[in-house]
Design a protein around this ligand. Structure first.
Ligand code: SF4
Length: 690
């Protein structure tokens, strides 16, 4: 037994699914994954994991992994050497840059890349190509939350830790299916109720599991959460149930804010949101009676056209009640992907250099120009939907996509597909031939997280180290090595031997990472940014000051309009989201046999009202047609989780023609650039008995 044990390798890793950032030891023998062992010292999860973290790793050994660079020849791909593929990419990118200029090239980062890889991708875009056209898939999800927090408190991230959520007196969850999207946080919320007596309020259009357990469940009409919260804020102000001392000392703009919500009377709110006034009053009372309030929110807020405004009013509500900077309180946008926070933090944003340093700040630019030895482009770059539009308008001629299945996850699959078919040159780095990779000119085989070293940032701003457990499959390579090869083929002289060296460079350039280095992140150690040079970190933000010029928070006036996309024909609204067993569209989980068997196919969850109106029963095949042109066919599940003229379709689909983004349209929240995925009006009809 001892001999067998000695062949087993135990490696500390971090989950590659959701933003909870569970860490554990993974036991391997060669490429074989034997087991996942969470440890009490795992900072975000302790001994907890969910089904994906525990069993969702077999994709690493999938026979569908790409093992060699592939170059398009007509309708097919042929295998190529790394030298040939990289030289070809460099040649084509140079030609396009010379012909159309650097801003004709765009870079899209996946939120599964490591921090070091995200940093290198934006460095390739900015320092080598000369464009700020670099963005990441946070644009599809959490950018509105970031905007709301930038407007009010200054830092676009969770203000405290998962421990603060557990310690909150009152946990308010808005538009977030905690149990299925962030399962370990879902368990901790339920434990907080059971053990600490925390109260739970859920505001959501769908009555999911955590809503069933809530002390108060509020179901507004789709897209009207902002009005509910404004009604609560007005009621709190009218009753004098606000923290006057906190506002006087630490907040600017109270009068303007108060003025902006004066129209949100109980009558108006009841009328526009469908939420009874008793519930508005009840929520206000619960906030008033709680010593500490934490608000969690997710895509049910952010994937609406008013996503940034709803995120703003959440933060405003916390400010007027003094719920920032003390344990058990604060704002918790639930970051979806394992590294959606980190990829933004480390610079894959069109208007910020790494560490949220503003592109328009000449001192910042000068610092990066000196460190990188180049002259930088000052023009703000394009966001992902603008890059897609840019291709269709003939302004973007090359796209370089790392680990992102843009066709499936961007809104409006048909239009995105059309753009990626049209673009002159498309490079995709990925583990699999995704729907996006199928359209590429060159596909570069990327290593999985278990095959490389690096760091991720979880939803709490916690930077965690993951270690290489096995060699990359076939000829695949870590994304950072691939990006370095491309940069050098384009004339750079980079010589990073290990991600630790990349992190050392970042620490010198980004003040919020000043004290970050690999020795401080050894094993299960972690750091929550901002990290000072001496290695002290910041679990709880805003204890003394907000991240604004004068240290005071800003109560940002609300400017909100009710959603207007429905019409006489398209009266039904589609809601989208995750299921527990699959991560998003399922590029990894669909390649894990056990998970695929549990939920093999997408479905349409239909409310009882709609089911009776259209005579739909469980298992019937339904056709869903969007106002934006697309359609999908899938089996129906009649459920009381949805109500009224509403249906739910998961993001997961085994077949691209059934992906819910065939229905969504290129309609964008102006403040954040995020598509209004959940503002999709459709018609539904039964086409076959189940
Ligand atoms: Fe933890 Fe999320 Fe991974 Fe589940 S999917 S193990 S909750 S990080």
């Amino acid at each position: 037994a001892k001999a067998r044990e000695s062949q087993i390798k135990k490696t500390k890793t971090v989950c590659i699914y959701c933003g909870v950032g569970c860490s554990f030891e993974i036991w391997t023998k060669g490429r074989k994954i034997l087991k996942i062992e969470p440890k009490p010292e795992s900072p975000a999860n302790g001994i907890l994991t969910c089904v994906k973290g525990k069993f969702g790793w077999d994709f690493v050994n999938s026979s569908e992994r790409i093992t060699k660079p592939l170059i398009r020849e007509g309708d097919k791909f042929r295998e190529a050497s790394w030298d040939e593929a990289i030289s070809y990419i460099a040649k084509r990118l140079k030609e396009i840059k010379e012909r159309y200029g650097p801003d004709s090239i765009g870079f899209i980062a996946s939120d599964k890349m490591s921090n070091e890889e995200a940093y290198l991708l934006q460095k390739l875009a900015r320092a080598i190509i000369g464009t700020n056209n670099v963005d990441n898939s946070a644009r599809y999800c959490q950018s509105p939350a970031t905007v709301g927090l930038w407007r009010t408190v200054g830092i676009g991230a969770d203000s405290g830790t998962i421990r603060d959520i557990e310690n909150a007196n009152l946990i308010v969850i808005v538009g977030h299916n905690t149990t299925e999207s962030h399962p370990v946080i879902g368990s901790k919320v339920k434990r907080a109720k059971k053990i600490n007596g925390s109260k739970i309020v859920v505001i959501d259009v769908r009555k999911h599991e955590i809503a069933e357990k809530a002390d108060l469940f509020i179901k507004p009409k789709p897209g009207t959460d902002a009005a509910v919260l404004a009604g609560v804020a007005k009621y709190l102000i009218d009753q004098g149930w606000i923290d006057k001392e906190f506002i006087d000392k630490r907040v600017n703009g109270f009068e303007e804010f108060k003025e902006s919500i004066k129209g949100f009377t109980l009558d108006y709110v009841e009328d526009i949101t469908g939420v009874p006034r008793d519930q508005i009053i009840k929520l206000a009372e619960m906030i008033h009676n709680a010593n500490s309030v934490a608000v969690l929110w997710g895509m049910g807020v952010t994937q609406h056209l008013g996503g940034a405004d709803t995120s703003t009013i959440i933060s405003d509500l916390l400010l007027i009640t003094g719920n920032y900077g003390k344990p058990g309180s604060g704002a918790f946008p639930m970051r979806g992907h394992n590294n959606v926070q980190g990829v933004s933090d480390f610079g894959c944003l069109p208007n910020y250099l790494p560490g949220y340093q503003k592109l328009e700040d000449e001192n910042v630019i000068a610092k990066f120009e000196e460190a990188w030895g180049v002259k930088l482009n000052r023009n703000p770059g394009l966001q992902i939907p603008q890059m897609i539009e840019g291709v269709l308008e003939g302004k973007i001629h090359a796209l370089y996509i790392v680990g992102e299945d843009t066709v499936m996850v961007d809104c409006g699959t048909p239009l995105t597909r059309q753009a990626l078919e049209k673009v002159d040159f498309l490079v995709v780095q990925d583990m699999f031939i995704t729907e996006t990779a199928k359209l590429a000119d060159v596909i570069l085989p990327a290593a999985a997280s278990l095959e490389k070293d690096g760091t991720f940032v979880n939803t709490e701003r916690r930077i965690q180290r993951f270690y290489k457990a096995m060699e990359p499959i076939g000829d695949s390579k870590p994304d950072w090595e691939i990006i370095q090869m491309v940069a050098n083929a384009l004339g750079a002289n980079w010589s990073y031997n290990h991600p630790a060296e990349i992190m050392n460079e970042i620490a010198k350039l980004g003040p919020i990472f000043a004290g970050v280095n690999y020795s401080r992140l050894e094993g299960f150690n972690s750091l929550l940014w901002p990290v000072n040079e001496d290695g002290s970190d910041t679990p709880l933000l805003y204890t003394n000051a907000f991240a604004t010029k004068d240290g005071k928070a800003i109560l940002y006036p609300l400017s909100w309009k009710p959603p207007e996309l429905k019409d006489e024909v398209h009266k039904v609204t589609v809601n989208t989201g995750r299921v527990l067993e699959h991560f998003h569209v399922g590029n990894m989980t669909r390649r894990v046999e056990g998970l695929r068997r549990k939920v093999p196919e997408t479905f349409v969850e239909v409310s009882k009202e709609l089911a009776s109106k259209y005579s739909i029963k469980n298992g019937d095949l339904v056709l869903v047609k969007s106002k934006f042109g697309g359609e999908i066919k899938a089996r129906a599940i009649v459920s009381d989780r949805v109500e009224g003229e509403e249906i739910f379709i998961p993001l997961y689909a085994s077949d691209p023609s059934k992906g819910v983004n065939n229905l969504t349209g290129l309609v964008i929240d102006k403040a954040s650039g995020t598509p209004g995925y959940k503002d999709t009006p459709v018609v539904i009809e039964k086409i076959e008995e189940g």
